[in-house]
Design a protein around this ligand. Structure first.
Ligand SMILES: [Zn+2]
Ligand SMILES: [Zn+2]
Length: 327
């Protein structure tokens, strides 16, 4: 099969011909129809996340069709359409798995990081971590739901019942979260790179009542802030824009260092927290809610062979919505 392979951090992906993977007993073999490109993929390529399983097939926002399965794989039938997210395997016995927090599993394995992912024509996945995909979306449209949607949803959930949400970084995750937040009746402000008028217009088109640069204060204080840009300096910025008792949630897996800041912008019971990974429950909840919320994704497609171009466009902020690779 054709695949795009990461052989070393800091190097471009290379086109490779790999043997078709064989499903293990509880795995399904999936023909990949679409795989979205996540900022986490960039962090892996850049060596900002420790210990990827090199050589590696990236990609953890996979939509495809089951074409074969292992002897004990009974959850899907051949021909079923499934989605495969970042969470690829958990141990089921550690304190986190036993307390409904499998996203923090001590031995968790992640798709497109420790497990080969979807920058390929075929992939295998543990059936327990695959999800049926509502027919209301095409393959390309559905792909960004698998991480930008799922982890974005978990990030929004951590904001509790905040009525006025500020989103810092208006990319793939934010454009989905904005639609969920509006569906839930929340108000929305969007902060983009200073001067990124196109991203600000995009945010307004998705229901933001105000959009501006991250160097601007919001017109009124936020109940909660979600940070999707990998920029540590946004943490004190977001805290300073948030009301007493408000929450700032960082949704990314990696961010540049957070500069020191005065205690007074955290005081008055503001909460600063991160979100890590997802649970299968997050996925089930989000994938049930998203069709009812009428979630639509904005995508830019690339043939698999142009994976490096898709990564470069994401890095340069040249995309509106999500990049999606088509094998
Ligand atoms: Zn991701
Ligand atoms: Zn565990």
């Amino acid at each position: 099969m054709h695949a795009q392979l990461l052989t070393a951090a800091g190097r471009p992906l290379i086109a490779a011909e790999l043997p078709a993977p064989r499903p293990g007993p509880r795995q399904v073999l999936i023909r990949v129809h679409a795989c979205a490109v996540c900022r986490t993929d960039l962090h892996v390529v850049d060596g900002e996340l420790a210990d990827p399983n090199l050589p590696l097939v990236l990609g953890h926002e996979i939509i495809g069709t089951v074409v074969d399965k292992g002897t004990e794989a009974d959850r899907f039938t051949i021909g079923d359409r499934v989605g495969v997210p970042w969470l690829g395997w958990t141990c089921g016995v550690c304190e986190y798995c036993r307390s409904g927090r499998e996203n923090l599993c001590d031995r968790a394995r992640f798709t497109g990081y420790q497990i080969d992912g979807g920058y390929a024509e075929l992939t295998v996945a543990d059936q327990r971590y695959c999800f049926a995909i509502d027919p209301c979306w095409g393959d390309v449209e559905a792909a960004p739901l698998m991480c930008a949607g799922l982890i974005g949803y978990r990030t929004l959930r951590m904001a509790g019942d905040a009525a006025l949400i500020g989103i810092y970084g208006f990319g793939a995750a934010a454009h989905i979260v904005a639609q969920v937040a509006r569906h839930q009746g929340r108000r929305l402000f969007a902060f983009t790179r200073p001067g990124d008028v196109a991203a600000q217009d995009f945010a307004r088109s998705l229901g933001a009542e105000w959009a501006g640069g991250s160097d601007q204060p919001p017109p009124e204080p936020l109940d909660a802030a979600l940070i999707f840009a990998p920029v540590g300096a946004l943490v004190p910025t977001a805290l300073a824009a948030t009301k007493k008792g408000g929450t700032v949630v960082s949704g990314g897996i990696h961010m540049s260092d957070i500069p020191s800041f005065p205690y007074r912008i955290l005081w008055e019971e503001r909460v600063l927290r991160s979100v890590a990974n997802l649970t299968r429950r997050d996925a089930e909840e989000f994938l049930a809610l998203a069709p009812a919320a009428g979630i639509r994704t904005e995508t830019v497609t690339y043939p698999l062979a142009r994976a490096n171009d898709a990564l470069a466009d994401l890095r340069n902020g040249a995309l509106q919505g999500a990049a999606v690779l088509i094998p």
